[in-house]
Design a protein around this ligand. Structure first.
Ligand SMILES: [Zn+2]
Length: 284
C-alpha cells in the first residue's frame, strides 16, 4: 500500500473533516469468474469474399488470472481500495465455471454466444440483462437466479466475468453503479483489425508497480487496465478524463484516477459490500 499513503495525505489536507475515513483502506469482496465451455466464433468476410474465422474460448486459468488481479489492485491502491479475491481474506475467489452452469442446451448456448459475437457499438441489445447473466453459473453468483435473470436481493460481493469476447470492437462492460462487470480476453478494437479478434495482453508489462506508467502501456491495451476500468464503473465512475491523459476512466492509457474520482468511488464503495464492515450508517 505504498501508493496509498501519499495520496491519503493529499486527500486529508484537501478534506480535513473526512481525513479519518479517507485514510481507511476499503476492502471489497470480489469473485472472478472464468467462463468456460462456450466457443465464440467471429466470422468476417473480406471485400474479396474471403472468409476469416476466429474461434475464441477462455484462455485464462486461475493461475494466470492471479497476477492480472494483482495489477488491478496496483492500479486501485492509490485510491485506498483493494479488490479482495482470496477467500481466506473474505473474497469470493477466482473460479473457473461452465457457461450457464453447464445446464444450457447446445442450441441455447450457441444462440447466446452468437448474440455476444454480433454485439457491437451500434447494436448493444439487452446483453447486460439477458445474455451475459444467462451465461453465468447461478450457483456461483447469489445475484443471479436459475433462469439467468438478476435477483432483486442485495448482492453480497462484486462479480467480474472474464469471457472469451464481449462484442465487436468492445472490451468490457459493467453496471454503473453495480456489482456485475464483464471483460473479454479477445478484442478487435484498434489497433487490432475489426473482424479479426486477437488475445489482448494480460498485464501492463514490467515488474513491480513502476510498470504502471503511460510509457509502458501496451498499444493493444491490457486486461488488467480494462478490468480496473470496469470495476470503476461498478463504483459509479463514468467516462471522464478529469484533464489526465492516463485517466483510468477515459482514453487509451488507463491507469490513474483523479482525487474527485477517488472520492466518488470510495463513497459508492461504502454503500455496498465491504469486508470488515462495521456500522457505516454515519458515513456518507
Ligand atoms: Zn467504460
Amino acid at each position: 500500500m505504498t501508493f496509498f499513503r501519499p495520496l491519503s495525505l493529499i486527500l486529508s489536507l484537501a478534506t480535513p473533516l473526512h481525513a479519518e475515513s479517507e485514510q481507511e483502506l476499503l476492502k471489497l469482496p470480489l469473485r472472478v469468474h472464468l467462463v468456460t465451455g462456450v466457443n465464440m466464433i467471429r466470422e468476417f468476410t473480406s471485400e474479396k469474399g474471403k472468409v476469416y474465422k476466429t474461434v475464441m474460448n477462455t484462455p485464462l486459468t486461475v493461475k494466470s488470472t492471479q497476477p492480472i488481479m494483482d495489477q488491478v489492485n496496483d492500479i486501485w491502491a492509490p485510491s485506498g481500495i483493494e479488490w479482495v479475491t482470496d477467500p481466506a481474506q473474505g473474497g469470493g475467489g477466482i473460479v473457473s465455471e461452465k457457461a450457464g452452469g453447464g445446464k444450457l442446451s447446445k442450441e441455447r448456448l450457441d444462440k447466446l454466444a452468437t448474440l455476444v459475437v454480433n454485439r457491437s457499438r451500434e447494436i448493444r441489445g439487452r446483453h447486460m440483462e439477458l445474455v451475459f447473466p444467462a451465461l453465468a453459473d447461478p450457483a456461483n453468483n447469489e445475484s443471479i437466479k436459475d433462469d439467468g435473470r438478476f435477483a432483486s436481493k442485495k448482492p453480497e460481493m462484486y462479480h467480474l466475468y472474464l469471457f472469451p469476447y464481449v462484442g465487436q470492437t468492445l472490451q468490457g462492460t459493467a453496471h454503473c453503479p453495480g456489482t456485475f462487470a464483464i471483460v473479454g480476453a479477445f478484442s478487435d478494437k484498434r489497433p487490432n483489425e475489426k473482424g479479426h479478434p486477437k488475445r489482448r495482453p494480460d498485464l501492463i508489462p514490467g515488474k513491480g508497480k513502476l510498470a504502471l506508467s503511460a510509457r509502458n502501456f501496451p498499444e493493444a491495451g491490457a486486461l488488467s487496465a480494462t478490468i480496473a476500468h470496469e470495476l470503476g464503473h461498478n463504483l459509479s465512475l463514468v467516462h471522464k478524463a478529469d484533464d489526465m491523459e492516463d485517466n483510468l476512466m477515459k482514453g487509451h492509457v488507463k491507469i490513474r484516477l483523479s482525487p474527485r474520482q477517488t472520492a466518488k468511488a470510495r463513497k459508492q464503495a461504502l454503500k455496498g459490500a465491504l469486508i470488515g464492515k462495521k456500522d457505516r450508517s454515519k458515513v456518507d
